[in-house]
Design a protein around this ligand. Structure first.
Ligand code: NAD
Length: 548
């Protein structure tokens, strides 16, 4: 705990509660000065005078109630961490509070002096980091989901605090030369390792103009739960470069990739951290990373990345594994909800690796795919689209814009089209509190990471939509990446049949465990999947203990 005195402003109208909270603070090892206010107006007045380190906020005050209280305090003091300390044991209010910027949500009856002191300490520490690069909506979503699962499962507070932030983050700026020789660009790159407890870390590398530390950390955290849910011996990681790769020539992409690899070379390796493709990267990018790493090592190291070309030690079936895995799960979910696939229709957002392969395997199952999209447009045809024709068009025109065999729709309209299966396979934050009411599918099959906000989750769950959450839905990719790593380690190649059978077995096992938990504990599928993953990580952490 910090040695210097912390100035705490407690906004609390109930004098008995105020006294109890002060007693808890007195009994803690915190050195603090306490200021109090018994209404929102007085609290804001005190905040205006400055020099407050943290706010303890009751949500129900004489002049304000619930989330509006938090919003008013946050608006008055955006630079001060707020801990909600309330009597309202309400999971959805807690989620809203985190969304609105609260650093923690504590329930008065559950709090003790140590927990309160730690919460204050961590809130201040986290807020310092957040005011840097961390504050991305995606990171807040990942934290909200984790905190919801933690609250429902009653997670050990030591573990909860440890997992809320990644274990290692590596932020770099790196130069690369444009084709115009005198022009050197400097861009930001990241590699985040969320959890080193389970074995090496594993996760993709994203090239996109929105990449930042918070987004990369969210993706790394989700990788932890995904690997744990699949029982893979990895912790979660993710990397990325903040750049639009579609604007780069192939030579520029290669130079950027090699320099980024050099910048992260000390923290990756087959026994340390194994990257793979994600949005904006592909087999070729993995080949360049593998080559750059191998040049430094002095010998060929295929196991440093997965998702590389088969001729370089890649695995059969890896390229299409995420889409194939998603469709294996859609088949299982369809059986579970009594949906006949050869009479079903589907809409797929995104037509890159995950989206196009999802369309491919859905088509093989007899599903009518009525709409697809990419960054340029959506295409809708109520009679069904032909995968081959879409692929031929993209091969020639790079993007879907102008595709003739359907009507153009926007990406927002696409999500609201009538269909049985909706598969977001592009970006995060697509289905939100704003549009979830208008989403009409029976099943939401998440290929993308983080496509659905917590608010939208609640709306869809209430509407009875069956959700295959991202940590389950798109886990086919990392599962075959695991197979690739095993094959590289053993110098032994498996057949495609072997790979697909093993993939099917692992995904189905995770699906059945998630459904059983969801039904047994009467919780939504996402929270059930997260709890499965968090439980495994918790067991491992408790068994390993804390060093020293
Ligand atoms: P990709 O780069 O191959 O394809 C992305 C697709 O999304 C492209 O068609 C692009 O045009 C489209 N897109 C981009 N911006 C869009 C926008 N604003 N609206 C609509 N479409 C847009 O990427 P990918 O590897 O297929 O990854 C897609 C998603 O799946 C990401 O969320 C990624 O994290 C997730 N994922 C990928 C893998 C994998 O193995 N590649 C594994 C697990 C999860």
């Amino acid at each position: 705990m910090p040695a210097h005195a912390i100035t705490v402003l407690m906004i609390e109208d109930n004098p008995i509660h105020a006294r109890l909270i002060q007693n808890l603070l007195d009994a803690s090892d915190l050195t603090y000065d306490l200021l109090t206010a018994d209404s929102l107006a007085k609290g804001i007045e005190r905040l205006d005078q400055g020099k407050i380190d943290v706010v303890l906020l009751d949500l129900v005050l004489p002049d304000s109630a619930e989330i509006a209280t938090l919003e008013s305090v946050r608006a008055a003091a955006p630079d001060i961490p707020i801990i909600v300390l309330t009597s309202l044991d309400d999971v959805s209010l807690a989620a809203k509070a985190v969304e609105a910027g609260a650093q923690d949500y504590l329930i008065k009856t559950d709090v003790n002096s140590m927990l309160l002191a730690r919460s204050i300490h961590y809130a201040i520490e986290r807020f310092r980091a957040l005011s840097g690069e961390w504050d991305a909506p995606m990171f807040r979503l990942a934290q909200q989901q984790f905190l919801k699962a933690a609250q429902i499962m009653g997670l050990d507070d030591n573990i909860r605090e440890r997992l809320l932030f990644p274990q290692r983050t590596h932020v770099v700026t790196l130069p690369f030369r444009r084709d115009e020789y005198n022009l050197v660009e400097t861009v930001f790159g990241y590699r985040v390792q969320h959890l080193l407890t389970m074995g090496p870390t594993k996760g993709g590398i994203r090239y996109h103009e929105d990449v930042n530390l918070g987004e990369t950390s969210a993706l790394a955290m989700w990788m932890t739960w995904k690997c744990a849910l699949m029982n893979l011996p990895f912790g979660g990681a993710k990397g990325g470069v903040r750049i639009d790769p579609t604007e780069l020539s192939r030579r520029e992409l290669q130079r950027l990739t090699r320099r980024y690899t050099s910048e992260i070379i000390n923290i990756i390796g087959p026994d340390k951290d194994i990257p793979a493709p994600d949005m904006g990267t592909d087999e070729q990018v993995m080949a360049w990373i593998m080559d750059t790493y191998s040049q430094q090592a002095g010998y060929t190291v295929p196991g440093v990345v997965t998702g590389k070309p088969v001729v370089l030690g890649g695995s059969l079936g890896r390229k299409e594994a995420t889409g194939r895995g998603l469709v294996y799960l859609i088949e299982a979910a369809a059986k579970h909800i009594g949906l006949s696939l050869n009479e079903a229709s589907a809409v797929v957002q995104g037509f890159g690796n995950v989206g196009s392969n999802t369309v491919r395997f859905l088509e093989e199952d007899g599903v009518k795919v009525v709409a697809v999209s990419d960054v340029t447009t959506g295409i809708y045809n109520a009679n069904g689209l032909s995968l081959q024709s879409l692929i031929d068009y993209i091969a020639e025109n790079r993007f879907l814009k102008g595709y003739p065999e359907g009507d153009e729709v926007s990406n927002e309209e696409l999500l609201e089209l009538p269909c049985d299966i909706l598969a977001p396979a592009a970006l995060q934050n697509q289905i939100t509190g704003e549009n979830a009411d208008r989403v009409t599918c029976k099943m939401l099959a998440e290929g993308a990471n983080g496509p659905t906000t917590l608010e939208a989750d609640e709306i869809l769950n209430n509407k009875g939509v069956f959700i295959l959450p991202d940590v389950l839905g798109n886990a086919g990719g990392v599962t075959v990446s695991y197979f690739e790593w095993v094959q590289d380690t053993q110098n032994y190649m498996w057949s495609l049949k072997e790979i697909n059978n093993r993939l099917h077995e692992i995904l189905l096992d995770a699906f059945e465990r998630t459904v059983a938990r969801s039904v047994g504990d009467n919780i939504d599928m996402r929270t059930a999947a997260l709890i499965e993953g968090i439980n495994r990580v918790t067991q491992a952490k408790l068994l390993r203990g804390v060093f020293p």
